[in-house]
Ligand binder design. Structure first.
Ligand code: ZN
Ligand code: ZN
Length: 361
């Protein structure tokens, strides 16, 4: 079958046509026909060979971790899914160690050993092939009305895990804090989906992103009723004067300096959630930032990956977002491409929009 694969030793990325079609090998497995794969910065790092690893014994890794597919066959013990259902798979699988409480408790997103696998990223083939087989425990059923947008489920789970944890951080305050003000840093798909999740939970949300208006991301943000402010035009101190100090910063830019500078817009007792992975070190004087963190009782938290509850909540939120902002999610998916275009899409030669998607059939 056809698959998009990266060969790290040969430094090659290409479509292969001789990948063995996977077969159901246990009664709880499900065979899925891949419909769509979302591409993101993680894929870019993998094809630039800075990240990612093939399964043990394989010279290549099949890419693709943001997936929407259709069930074509179910094992005899599978309940709750049948042929013709559409599903999204989770990405991370637990490490094997008895000494890892999060993995043993069903939360590999908090794994402490680092020996987890991630489909399409680390040690396990991804979903960027005509078919894949997965245990039913890692699949989430997609309602029919969400099929056009459900490829956004996985990137939305980053926000779902964040807002779920955010409630815990707010609980630490000795009084009941209202939702307050949020600033989202970075208007890519993770930022825009994060803005939707924050607005839904009552935060007065502002998008803070590099490119000056007009641009497609600013339009997508403002279509949600979320004002867009360019960080090139407005410094964080001025941002505070315009919209007030943030109770929450949701960082989705992956640029360390931008994240640290934006902390100047975080108010007392505020929470900064970091979701982007900075790719290179940049010199920056962190002392003033850390001083404010201490004197302001602030919380800085990193978050990665997501749990099963976050996938369920993402699918529920997608339904809510569709009703609240008709066309708002569709606007994020700027183009659908063929698997042969994967490389050009990931490297930006064939995109330039918000979220690019590879369509398999
Ligand atoms: Zn991704
Ligand atoms: Zn673990």
């Amino acid at each position: 079958m056809k698959a998009v694969a990266v060969f790290p030793q040969k430094r090659e990325v290409r479509v292969i046509t001789d990948a063995p079609e996977p077969r159901i090998q246990s009664p709880t497995q499900v065979k899925v026909r891949t419909r769509e794969i979302g591409v993101c910065g993680t894929d870019k790092e993998i094809i630039e060979f800075v990240y990612g690893s093939p399964p043990p014994g394989s010279d290549h890794l099949i890419l693709g971790h943001e997936c929407l597919g259709e069930v074509v066959e179910v094992g005899e013990a599978v309940r709750g899914l049948s042929r013709g259902d559409w599903v999204v798979p989770r990405v991370r699988r637990p490490c094997p160690h008895a000494t890892c409480p999060p993995c043993r408790g069903g939360h590999p997103d908090f794994c402490i050993t680092g020996d987890y696998t991630e489909r399409g990223i680390q040690g396990a083939h991804g979903f960027g092939a005509e078919y894949f087989v997965e245990d039913v425990a890692y699949l989430h059923r997609v309602p029919a009305e969400l099929r056009e947008v459900a490829v956004l489920t996985e990137p939305l789970t980053i926000a779902e895990k964040s807002v779920r944890q955010l409630e815990r951080f707010q609980d630490r305050l000795p009084w009941k804090a209202g939702p307050g003000r949020a600033v989202v840093l970075g208007a890519g798909p993770v930022g825009l989906l994060g803005a939707m999740a924050l607005v839904r939970r009552g935060y007065a949300t502002t998008m803070y992103s590099r490119s000056p208006k007009p641009n497609a991301k600013a339009e997508a943000s403002e279509a949600l009723g979320v004002p867009y402010i360019s960080s090139k035009e407005v410094r964080p101190q001025e941002l505070v004067r315009r919209v007030g100090a943030a109770d929450v910063i949701y960082e989705a830019a992956g640029v360390a300096k931008a994240a640290l500078e934006t902390l100047k817009a975080l108010g007392p007792n505020g929470v900064c959630i970091l979701t982007g992975v900075p790719s290179k070190e940049e010199p920056f004087d962190v002392a003033p930032v850390l001083k404010d963190v201490v004197l302001g009782n602030q919380v800085l938290v990193g978050t990665v990956n997501a749990a099963d509850v976050d996938f369920d909540m993402a699918l529920e939120d997608l339904r809510h977002f569709q009703a609240r902002w008709p066309g708002g999610l569709e606007r994020l998916i700027c183009a659908r491409h063929s698997p042969e275009d994967f490389c050009d899409v990931v490297t930006g030669k064939k995109s330039g929009g918000i979220k690019d998607v590879i369509r398999f059939i």
